[in-house]
Design a protein around this ligand. Structure first.
Ligand code: DAH
Length: 507
């Protein structure tokens, strides 16, 4: 296991020498905290590292400064407030975010470091690559820890030489970005008063147009680099008889989007294997963010991209758990190469899946809170960076800390849930059940042997109104065949815990 010491007294945890007070908001299990030292994006020859370096190669120093070792425990102010997230944003929920205490979280995105990096003001541009953490679904493209890269580029108004304008300087800088022969669909105007507004009190239309063009061209260049490498790898595999290469021109499109910290904003989609695939989110940085960061005279853009999704398509890695494998049959397949060439992953063997269903009645009082919500979308869809979906459906109330079983050395408190919990549940002894609680229970019990958790049935009893749920849990090891006794043991434990923690009745 990792060499981290997650020490806990009843009210504190220590992670890599840093000590934090915990309170009733704490919901970060030790399995998550002990993975902090893995830092896959820094492991030599790891596919996440190779992917990071490929993208970094398009943003040269000294214009772009790289920050790859920022610590993952941040303040709520850094992760949400500094970026203009409304106080009731669903991303702040304890169902979605790991809290250490009321004002401290495991960062949910690399944007958490935007304000500080702008404030440091040590370069015109930056790239931040890091591990990010979210409570979420279990399937082949979701893992509670993944990696993102944040990028930004700003220009200082006060540094614009006499006789020129900021817009003209941005157009000038654009000339250094390599030309490409990508087919780009960009049907919308750069800004739109209702759908995608210009920050008209601070930016002239010419400035926003220039910044948006610089942003889009920079990111199109990234996409050309990534997808050319992916195609070359696919073609090489095809020559080996694996699959057919494609000769169609690469196609991308810009889609209007919304983020609290940019305006106008976009997502970039790439036509890949017959589908539009969202790869990143970006936009013109909100001027109030730059004001608060003490650099009001700077104007520029930012983007965020999820590295797992890119690495999975680059190397054809079929399951996100593989990135965490320590099996040399996985790790030894990847090498950083100076020519940027990618060799595709070869499955070392396939072990059989073991699906098991768990069906239960919810206690009456929690039925309302347990409605499956729509936020268990893939990290990268609808929001490409593994995103905090800007308009996602509102979530169930937060559940009590006891639901997250910070086991072993991390203490669990018996304090009542924070005030965000539904007051209607006050009469019951069990916290309301939320789908992400089951996800986490499965992870805590089965670890990386859990491949997916899917809701397969939900209904209300016609007479009593009681809510029923049935979930299918697929157990599968990537490294060996599981015995049926082993699977039965895990599955029974999960059933027992469901009863003990949420008061459900197994059916
Ligand atoms: N932080 C966003 C997410 O996790 C991604 C993102 C979108 C980053 C737009 C940006 C940006 O810098 O401008 O979904």
């Amino acid at each position: 296991m990792a060499r981290v010491r997650v020490e806990a007294t009843s009210t504190q945890i220590t992670v890599e020498g840093k000590t934090y007070d915990t309170d009733e908001w704490m919901n970060a299990p030790s399995s998550i905290l002990s993975s902090i030292p893995r830092r896959l994006h820094l492991q030599p020859d790891h596919p996440i590292t190779i992917t990071r370096k490929l993208i970094e190669s398009r943003f040269p120093a000294p214009t772009y400064q790289k920050h790859n070792t920022l610590f993952p425990i941040v303040s709520v102010a850094q992760n949400f407030d500094s970026l203009g997230f409304p106080t009731d944003h669903v991303g702040r929920s304890r169902n979605d975010t790991y809290y250490i205490n009321k004002s401290t979280v495991l960062r949910t995105h690399t944007s958490a470091h935007q304000a500080d990096t702008f404030r440091a003001n040590t370069s015109e541009g930056f790239l931040i690559s890091a591990d990010v953490y979210r409570r979420d679904a279990i399937d082949r493209s979701h893992y509670p820890i993944f990696h993102q890269m944040e990028g930004a580029r700003t220009w200082s108004r006060s540094a614009v030489p006499e006789g020129t304008t900021l817009a003209r300087q941005v157009w000038d800088d654009l000339k250094t970005i390599p030309k490409h022969d990508l087919v780009v669909e960009d049907p919308n105007p750069s800004f739109h008063p209702d759908r995608n507004p210009l920050q008209s009190d601070r930016h002239s239309p010419e400035e926003a147009e220039a910044v948006a063009t610089h942003l889009k061209r920079s990111l199109e260049d990234v996409v050309v680099t990534i997808f050319s490498a992916a195609r070359a790898a696919a073609a090489a595999a095809a020559r080996g008889g694996f699959s057919a290469p494609t000769s169609e021109p690469l196609k991308v499109r810009w889609v209007e989007a919304y983020f609290p910290f940019t305006s106008p904003s976009w997502e970039l989609e790439v036509f890949w294997q017959n589908d539009w695939l969202e790869v990143l989110g970006c936009g013109v940085v909100q001027q109030r963010l730059l004001d608060s960061a003490g650099v009001p005279d700077r104007v520029g853009w930012a983007f965020g991209i999820g590295l797992e999704r890119i690495a999975m398509l680059l190397f054809e890695i079929p399951d996100i758990r593989l990135f965490w494998s320590r099996d040399p049959r996985f790790l030894d397949q990847f090498r950083e190469r100076v020519d940027g060439k990618i060799t595709r992953f070869k499955e070392f063997s396939k072990y059989p899946p073991a699906p098991r269903d768990v069906a239960f009645w919810l206690p009456k009082s929690t039925a309302a809170a347990s409605t499956p919500d729509s936020r268990n979308e893939p990290h990268s869809a609808p929001n490409p960076a593994g995103g905090l979906a800007p308009e996602s459906a509102s979530n169930a109330p937060a559940s009590s800390t006891t639901t997250n079983s910070p086991s072993a050395s991390v203490s669990s408190t018996s304090a009542p849930p924070p005030s965000t919990a539904s007051s209607s549940t006050a009469a019951t002894t069990h916290p309301p059940f939320h789908e992400n609680d089951l996800t986490e229970l499965v992870r805590a019990t089965a670890g990386d042997l859990a491949e997916s958790v899917t809701l397969i049935d939900a209904f209300a009893h016609p007479k009593t109104g009681r809510q029923s749920r049935c979930y299918r849990i697929v157990y599968r090891s990537l490294e060996r065949t599981l015995t049926s006794e082993e699977v039965a043991g895990l599955h029974e434990r999960i059933g027992r815990e469901l009863v003990a923690r949420w008061g459900v009745e197994l059916r």
